[in-house]
Design a protein around this ligand. Sequence first.
Ligand code: CMC
Length: 438
Amino acid sequence: REVWLYDPGYTSTACCRSAITFIDGENGILEYRGFPIEALATTCGFYTVAYMLLEGTFPADAKVRAQFAKSIQPGLDLDPVVANVVESFPQEAHPMTVFMAATAALSASRPAWNPALVRGDGGSLRLVYRTRAERQRIAQECISSLTSIAAAVFRHMRGCPVRFPKSTQHLREHPLDAFAPDGFARAFLHAADPEGTLWPEQRHASAVFAETLDVIFVLHADHELNCSTAAMRHLTSAGSDVLTCLAAAIGALYGPLHGGANEAVLNMLEEIGSPEAVEAFVASVKRQERKLMGFGHRVYRSYDPRAKILRTLAQQVLREASTEGRTANGPTTANGASDPLLIIAQTLEKRALEDPYFTERKLYPNVDFYSGVLYRAMGFPSVFFTVLFAIARTVGWLAHWMEMLERDATDAERKIVRPRQIYIGKRRQRIPLEAVEK
Ligand code: CMC
């Protein structure tokens, strides 16, 4: 007899085995391929971490690393179909909608990226990409293409042409330094603003800006079987092409309970408006009228280790901005230390962590609590925050896609994902003909 477990939200169901990311939620530990996130964030750039997540090892030598970085140079490969799709949206359309649509549209230009049915070692038919080399190439092209799309979406929302100007020719001839620790962030920033006109005061040209962005990308690169990665695996199991899978994952990330929380946090902090208003806001959360966005996590029952790193980074970056006499979106505060929203965020965090309502429910800041404050300091509009998250998470999604298609995955792990439901409706025998419209 079949035994079904009723587990809404999959709070206690493992549906795959994976060697990519380890989380110990009780103790706030996160590791990529067994390496602690704290060490990766301080010693490795995003290119290296991306390689390691996809391949399972660090690049063997500088040549391998440089080749990988050169294969991911956003801005050089914007597909014409994609450019048309981005341009067809109104400038004020939400960037995540445009990003998702453009990613799905790219699938039409890459029919060769569909998986193929081949006979496996055991004789059964399997959906696979034929060789590992082909999967690696596709994964690299996907990262490059999606980063280019994100840059094009940014340019479109700022009212600039999405097709990259001639200056990208310069990039083609002189690729950005793949060895720089912040190489990937610089490549993205260059693709988003090749003429160097979109950021006030050339803020993005500062070393702190690119380095910080690269660290944020590292922190967001993978996070085990979160909602969007589950969507990626779900569609991969159906044999959908990789870009359709990525578009679905982007759709899941967009939700405010998932990646969309970074935008929601900033809106919340702006709505609170001042440290004095924190008390009333917390009271409304405790009356369960509101959620404290950027707090809580399905797996972490203690402080999210990524939030710890981002909290420190936010303090550093904003201190630097204020000593240079500017913050991104307003005057420096009275003590000259910080952005007003950072002060509200810190007041809110302190207040919540002292309150049994939050501690008893094990609600702590998550990765999205401080990332928005940082993005804002860099001058990104809040509607673009989740696209930045998606750029980094594309690597994690693709690492899971590659893992699912590996030769040593078990047959069970290749099965189409097809949960059961518990039917709670009525069962009836007779159609009430008298009620059916003629
Ligand atoms: N504010 C206030 N109360 C909360 C919050 C919150 N942010 N999160 C959970 N709770 C309460 C919830 O009301 C429930 O209380 P009670 O036991 O009295 O009914 C209890 O805590 C358990 O919550 P849950 O909804 O069962 O927890 P979950 O594991 O299903 O949800 C979550 C996890 C992340 C969706 C949720 O904590 C949340 O909505 N947080 C705010 C949105 C957010 O910051 N999301 C980003 C998550 S991390 C990055 C990412 O995934 O991309």
